[in-house]
Design a protein around this ligand. Structure first.
Ligand SMILES: *[C@@H]1O[C@H](CO)[C@@H](O)[C@H](O)[C@H]1NC(C)=O
Ligand SMILES: *[C@@H]1O[C@H](CO)[C@@H](O)[C@H](O)[C@H]1NC(C)=O
Ligand SMILES: *[C@@H]1O[C@H](CO)[C@@H](O)[C@H](O)[C@H]1NC(C)=O
Ligand SMILES: *[C@@H]1O[C@H](CO)[C@@H](O)[C@H](O)[C@H]1NC(C)=O
Ligand SMILES: *[C@@H]1O[C@H](CO)[C@@H](O)[C@H](O)[C@H]1NC(C)=O
Ligand SMILES: *[C@@H]1O[C@H](CO)[C@@H](O)[C@H](O)[C@H]1NC(C)=O
Ligand SMILES: *[C@@H]1O[C@H](CO)[C@@H](O)[C@H](O)[C@H]1NC(C)=O
Ligand SMILES: *[C@@H]1O[C@H](CO)[C@@H](O)[C@H](O)[C@H]1NC(C)=O
Ligand SMILES: *[C@@H]1O[C@H](CO)[C@@H](O)[C@H](O)[C@H]1NC(C)=O
Length: 795
């Protein structure tokens, strides 16, 4: 009886107790976009959805009574309107999507513990989940974001992360404050394994960073709450008249602020870790230069000769327009050494330190060392510090006064004044390739129009017919009569057309020689031929002299009247392009593709280095690789560019090649070398190993898939991106043959990237390419990949 009376009393007492604490019951929720929040009893703090400028909402806790609703805690990512913050009936704190699915659980209460019974937004800014015995199961103080408030402790191994840059970006930023297990409190960039740019050197185990609730001072204390190291020395009094917080900001500084509760108008700083904002490591990224004229702001520029990765946010770092090798090639001596006063390239360790030297000596030492591009000179100590690449932490700010920075600056030079797109937003390989495709499309139209403008002259050429060698058509090169070829192709019958190139149509023909039927391909050149008859013959002989397993054999020619006709052996299996990009499921076997790639490389090597006169193909693409009866890949149309044009070295009107495969030097005013073929080969190599077109047409992707990553449409970008993120398997998708031989696939992809360097001098020769494909020479990391990794490192 008494027990029955007693129980309701306990329950009543409990309920009223919870009411005093303003407990948040299970099954409570808050909707993003409504103004409802969970308030602390004093009203100083609120927990709810913090509206962001981009229209999304961030689950967080903020100072509620001041006009600037400053966040002290948040949980990224931000969410859509009408998402819910819920304390579920099971006792978990979760975020629910508008459609009712749970997007994330905020607490980390395991299944083993008691379930949370209620939650509380406390007056100190801590949000806690407690069980029925009032034990704390989870608290926001223990999962800090970028801020601490009085009463909060950063325990051993806990970290504050800066937020991302920009008012709406609360994802993890570039800097962190870490209470290390060894007792050292450090600020460091979370990239480049930065050793730290600020530290307390307190090597005592089990230290905590304490933000004392009564004094509002920051200090390091040991387990017995003894102060080991004071961080803030004083704060305005009376302490209780102010709000306090300590935050690691977007630019990596850790600062303590106060805000007067009644008549404050802004957060006033009472302490900061770094007095020169440019002394934060990597604050302007690689090759960035930090200036801070007021000791407060951070302004990022690129050091001379470099351009930003992202024009909108220079602090992501910079890069050279082209890789410059001062140790060889045309740039070897092509630079001046500039001296920047009051500037420092601070990053350690130095490459080499020279003592007891004057500025001139320092300059000379840098000039004479082609591996070095920069140094700093400290006149008070007469030391010259030669710097490693990449250059980090360059600054011209209060702490670099008196220091001199030395930098090699290349003379601007057409050859290395890249692509004319240096002013474009965010140079990277993707943009470069897109722009290149666009430019080449425009140029192709232009030259197409130009070609149409010049009508082919019907120059009368009379010439005595003469067989150069009529005996064995299979091996020897001969002259055909027009009638002979007319007959062989049914009078150049339309039904006999095998293909149509820029230079003319190709017909399938049959010759009867000694009762044997021989298949031939007859190419009728339709373009205007600039060469005189003699020059044309000379070129033809060069082509006719080529003998290689991976080249389509030229059997002969016909030069009657205005006809210019070439006769080749017939390739029954058509072009590589139709095999690679044909119907789904019919792609050639992996091992076949490997052999083809190597074969083509050998064919090109022969053209470049092994035949009597070097032949640059100028139009390498899968359409120009044909397959014989045994599926051996053979390069077609080699020598044509030279045959049809006056001059192999390009003049302004001699633009050749095919969009997507052309090397960038075609678009620059630079000499054309065999390296243009290496570039095209690189594109084609990736196509062969991936069985994908270099540029996929938009139509083949549906609307949703296209989305943000239309970069995937360009194969090189896809390969690069997957390599950087170490997920190259994505490119292969479900091709088991390739997955079983993945190492080889990877090596071949790397060779492709080597070939695709924008700077021709950095592309390997076909000899090197062949050796890499055969595995007799190590492949190594292509500079293109290296640059891409560097670019991604800093984002
Ligand atoms: C939670 O609230 C919903 C409606 O808001 C209600 O239908 C449900 O029964 C409640 N669950 C518990 C365990 O109280
Ligand atoms: C929230 O409050 C603001 C200002 O107090 C008001 O303009 C707005 O309409 C409110 N929104 C909702 C959904 O109640
Ligand atoms: C619910 O919405 C989220 C994001 O708003 C989405 O990712 C998820 O697929 C949706 N779930 C269902 C079942 O519609
Ligand atoms: C947000 O900031 C992070 C870190 O600085 C950055 O990586 C990310 O790209 C930013 N996101 C947006 C949308 O700007
Ligand atoms: C805060 O400092 C006061 C003295 O200023 C001290 O008595 C108290 O123990 C400190 N609090 C903590 C949590 O260390
Ligand atoms: C706030 O106002 C009080 C008087 O009401 C004044 O004594 C105090 O100095 C002011 N504090 C600040 C930070 O302006
Ligand atoms: C910046 O700080 C330096 C050193 O602390 C000081 O000498 C200089 O006057 C400051 N500059 C400004 C604009 O406050
Ligand atoms: C460094 O900064 C100062 C002040 O902003 C400026 O006058 C000076 O020209 C700068 N020096 C260099 C080398 O950029
Ligand atoms: C030059 O070196 C001395 C000694 O290491 C150092 O104190 C000083 O700050 C340096 N000067 C500059 C401008 O960095």
């Amino acid at each position: 009886m008494s027990l029955v009376m007693f129980l309701p009393c306990i329950i009543l007492a409990h309920i009223s107790f919870l009411n005093v604490l303003q407990a948040i019951d299970l099954n409570s929720s808050i909707t993003a976009g409504s103004n409802s929040t969970w308030k602390s009893p004093s009203g100083d703090f609120q927990f709810g959805f913090y509206p962001l400028p981009n229209g999304l909402f961030l689950p967080g806790i903020w100072f509620a009574k001041i006009p600037l609703k400053t966040l002290v805690w948040y949980k990224s990512p931000s969410v859509e309107p009408n998402s819910l913050l819920q304390l579920t009936s099971e006792g978990h704190l979760v975020i629910t999507n508008p459609n009712g699915t749970i997007s994330q659980t905020i607490d980390n209460i395991g299944g083993g513990s008691d379930a949370a019974n209620f939650a509380q937004m406390q007056d100190d800014g801590n949000f806690v989940l407690k069980d029925s015995n009032l034990r704390t199961l989870w608290e926001s103080f223990n999962s800090p974001a970028n801020t601490m408030v009085p009463g909060q402790t950063l325990k051993s191994n806990q970290i504050l992360y800066s937020k991302g840059k920009g008012a709406s970006n609360y994802s993890m930023g570039s800097f962190m404050l870490e209470m290390q297990g060894d007792g050292n409190l450090i600020l460091k960039a979370n990239q480049f394994s930065d050793p730290s740019y600020w530290y307390t050197s307190t090597l005592v185990s089990n230290l905590n960073l304490v933000f004392n609730e009564s004094s509002s001072l920051l200090y390091l204390a040991n387990g017995n709450e003894n102060i080991i190291y004071s961080i803030t020395k004083s704060t305005p009094t009376p302490v209780k008249d102010y709000y306090h917080r300590a935050t690691i900001d977007e630019n990596g500084n850790f600062q303590q602020y106060v805000y007067h509760k009644r008549n404050g108008t802004k957060w006033e700083r009472v302490w900061r870790a770094i007095d020169d904002p440019c002394r934060v490591d990597f604050v302007c990224g690689i090759y960035g230069l930090c200036t801070s004229p007021d000791n407060e702001s951070v302004n990022c520029d690129c050091i001379r000769g470099y351009i930003p990765f992202d024009q909108e946010d220079v602090s992501k770092g910079c890069h050279r327009e082209t890789v410059i090798n001062y140790c060889s090639g045309p740039n070897m001596m092509n630079f001046k050494l500039e001296v920047f006063d009051d500037t420092d390239f601070q990053f350690y360790p130095d490459f080499a330190l020279i003592n007891d030297v004057d500025l001139e000596g320092c300059k000379k030492s840098v000039m004479d060392d082609c591996n070095i591009i920069a140094a700093t000179y400290n006149s008070s100590t007469s030391t010259c510090a030669k710097k490693r690449m990449p250059l980090l932490n360059a600054r011209n700010s209060s702490s670099s006064k008196g220091q001199k920075a030395l930098l090699k600056v290349a003379y601007s030079n057409n050859e290395f004044n890249t692509f004319g797109i240096s002013k474009k937003k965010s140079f990277n390989v993707r943009v470069f390739l897109k722009v290149m495709v666009a430019i080449s499309a425009t140029l192709a139209c232009f030259f197409g129009a130009l070609a149409a403008y010049y009508h082919p002259y019907a120059k009368r050429l009379t010439r005595k017919k003469k067989f150069l060698n009529a005996t064995d058509i299979g091996i020897n090169f001969r002259e055909f009569t027009f009638d002979e070829l007319h007959e062989a192709t049914d009078g150049f019958n339309v039904s006999r057309i095998l293909g149509k190139g820029s230079s003319g149509k190709v017909y399938r023909g049959t010759l009867i020689i000694d009762d044997a039927e021989i298949g031939i391909a007859v190419k009728k050149l339709e373009k205007k031929i600039e060469k005189s008859e003699n020059e044309f013959m000379t070129e033809l002989k060069i082509i006719g002299l080529t003998h290689h397993k991976n080249l389509v054999k030229l059997l002969g020619f016909c030069m009657e009247n205005n006809h210019r006709i070439l006769v080749y052996e017939l390739m029954p299996n058509g072009a590589l392009s139709s095999l690679l990009f044909g119907q789904k499921g019919e792609k050639p076997q992996w091992i076949q593709r490997v052999e083809m790639a190597l074969g083509i490389a050998k064919g090109l090597l022969y053209l470049h280095e092994e035949c009597e006169t070097q032949i640059i193909h100028c139009d390498i693409k899968p359409q120009n690789v044909l397959l014989d009866a045994n599926h051996v890949a053979k390069i077609a149309d080699f020598g044509l560019s030279k045959l049809l044009n006056k001059d192999q070295t390009r003049t302004n009107t001699n633009f050749r090649g095919t969009i997507g495969y052309i090397a960038p030097e075609w678009l620059r005013n630079s000499p054309i070398t065999a390296k243009v073929d290496v570039f095209s080969f690189g594109v084609m190599l990736l196509e062969i190993i991936c069985c994908r077109r270099h540029v996929e047409s938009y139509q083949s992707h549906d609307e949703d898939e296209r989305g943000s990553e239309d970069d995937d449409l360009v194969l090189v970008n896809l390969v690069l991106r997957c390599m950087v993120s170490k997920k190259l398997e994505i490119v292969v998708s479900d091709d088991l043959e390739v997955l079983n031989d993945f190492k080889r696939f990877e090596q071949m992809a790397l060779v492709g990237l080597w070939c695709l360097h924008p700077n021709p001098t950095l592309r390997p020769s076909m000899k090197k390419v062949t050796q890499m494909l055969e595995g007799t020479v190590e492949v190594g990391v292509p500079p293109l990949l290296n640059d891409e990794i560097m670019a991604n490192y800093n984002f």
